[in-house]
Design a binder for this molecule. Structure first.
Ligand SMILES: NC(=O)c1ccc[n+]([C@@H]2O[C@H](COP(=O)([O-])OP(=O)(O)OC[C@H]3O[C@@H](n4cnc5c(N)ncnc54)[C@H](OP(=O)(O)O)[C@@H]3O)[C@@H](O)[C@H]2O)c1
Length: 356
């Protein structure tokens, strides 16, 4: 099978030429796990930090050896996990940029709940992150004024829509460029979106917040974090979710201005989505319901084929993707279903996959 590895250790923001596709042996099935045919591969900003050895103490993949890690939606080929059989659909955070992945204890998916691809985005890790920050940490409700940056992305866009569904009064996004801001208002339903790449954005932000923000959901850092703190209401809640502007920057680390924290009696909360994995099913129930009602949607920035992953990743880590970055690695349809009945019957009579 094909997989993608690093050509060399990274010392700067990754670009497409840092990666190469190679042939690799098909993975063997782990205990209490599965081997899955990778269908949807999620590309996320933390992978950029992970490749640089900057993510939660996790070692980066070894150049020319390890596949690039990533969350995947796949169809089971072989299973050593109770209750999961070949043909089932699963989501695993420990997948890889590869045509097949060994996953330990993946979540089994109900293909009737929502389109399978959504589990790589709005119903996947970014959606859970947004839901956890809004409902568990900030506890958004009626009367809240929410300010969120990277608002066109899967976390920011979901934050605004979940906050709205919980009764928030006003949702203001910040995003880079007019196209992203149009998406945030027209499709995600925010009340306003401030393009911070345009001249005079600080004045536009002030005008968008006639009442200060009771919740600041921070995804970017740098100037946006200090501007957000300046518009925080007294006793405001701040969810520190990510610092995308700093992941590949060798300048000063992200910093929160300490003065406003005291003056506003701010409550600052760090968010790590791993803490909320046990609540995934509860999140799914709420988010899939909102999707069905047309109240939760995230645009996908989707490319076809594993070979297209490095170029999409280069765009993601430079802030150029619009919506959720996803790779279609293979067709959803199981190739078995396309075979003529004779070949399928033939296959059935063969012994099961030895990796099971
Ligand atoms: N704490 C957790 O457990 C957790 C879990 C998931 C995600 N996160 C974090 O949540 C944030 C949003 O994640 P996402 O998946 O929704 O990402 P995303 O929005 O698809 O991508 C990150 C966005 O950050 C903005 N950005 C600003 N300055 C940037 C720079 N110098 N380089 C790259 N991007 C820059 C860009 O949007 P604009 O052009 O609109 O500025 C970019 O599109 C990220 O910081 C991510 O690391 C945290």
């Amino acid at each position: 099978m094909k997989q993608i590895i690093l050509r060399r250790a990274l010392s700067a923001r990754p670009t497409a030429t840092d990666f190469v596709a190679v042939d690799a042996p098909r993975p063997s099935c782990p205990e209490n796990g599965v081997v899955a045919r990778v269908v949807h591969l999620s590309l996320d900003p933390y992978i950029g930090s992970r490749l640089r050895g900057r993510h939660m103490g996790q070692a980066p993949p070894r150049p020319e050896i390890d596949p690039i890690p990533g969350a995947v939606v796949g169809q089971v080929i072989a299973s050593r996990m109770p209750g999961v059989s070949p043909g089932d659909w699963v989501h695993g955070m420990d997948g890889a940029w590869a045509e097949e992945a060994a996953l330990i204890a993946p979540r089994k998916l109900d293909p009737k709940l929502a389109p399978l691809g959504a589990h790589a985005g709005v119903l996947g890790m970014p959606g859970l992150t947004a839901w956890a920050g809004v409902t568990r940490l900030a506890q958004a409700g009626p009367g809240d004024v929410v300010l969120v940056d990277a608002a066109a992305g899967p976390v920011g866009g979901t934050v605004g829509q979940i906050a709205r569904s919980r009764g928030a009064k006003r949702i203001v996004g910040v995003a880079g460029g007019p196209e992203k801001c149009r998406l945030v208002i027209d499709r995600y339903g925010f009340d306003a979106c401030v393009d911070y790449q345009a001249d005079g954005w600080r004045e536009v932000l002030a005008a968008a917040l006639p009442e200060p923000a009771t919740i600041l959901f921070e995804n970017v850092g740098a100037a946006l974090l200090s501007a957000g703190m300046a518009h925080l209401a007294p006793y405001g809640r701040v969810v520190l979710c990510g610092f995308a502007a700093h992941y590949h920057d060798d300048g000063p680390a992200a910093a929160i201005p300490a003065g406003p924290v005291i003056a506003k009696r701010a409550k600052i909360m760090g968010l790590v989505v791993y803490d909320f994995f046990p609540e995934w099913e509860e999140f799914l129930k709420e988010a899939a319901g909102l999707m069905r009602e047309g109240r939760l949607t995230i645009l996908e920035d989707r490319v076809q084929g594993l070979a297209a992953a490095p170029a999409l990743f280069e765009r993601l880590v430079s802030g150029a993707t619009i919506g959720k970055a996803v790779v279609t690695v293979a067709a959803e349809e199981n190739p078995l279903n396309r075979e003529d009945p004779k070949t399928a019957a033939d296959k059935k009579s063969r012994p099961p996959d030895p990796r099971a």
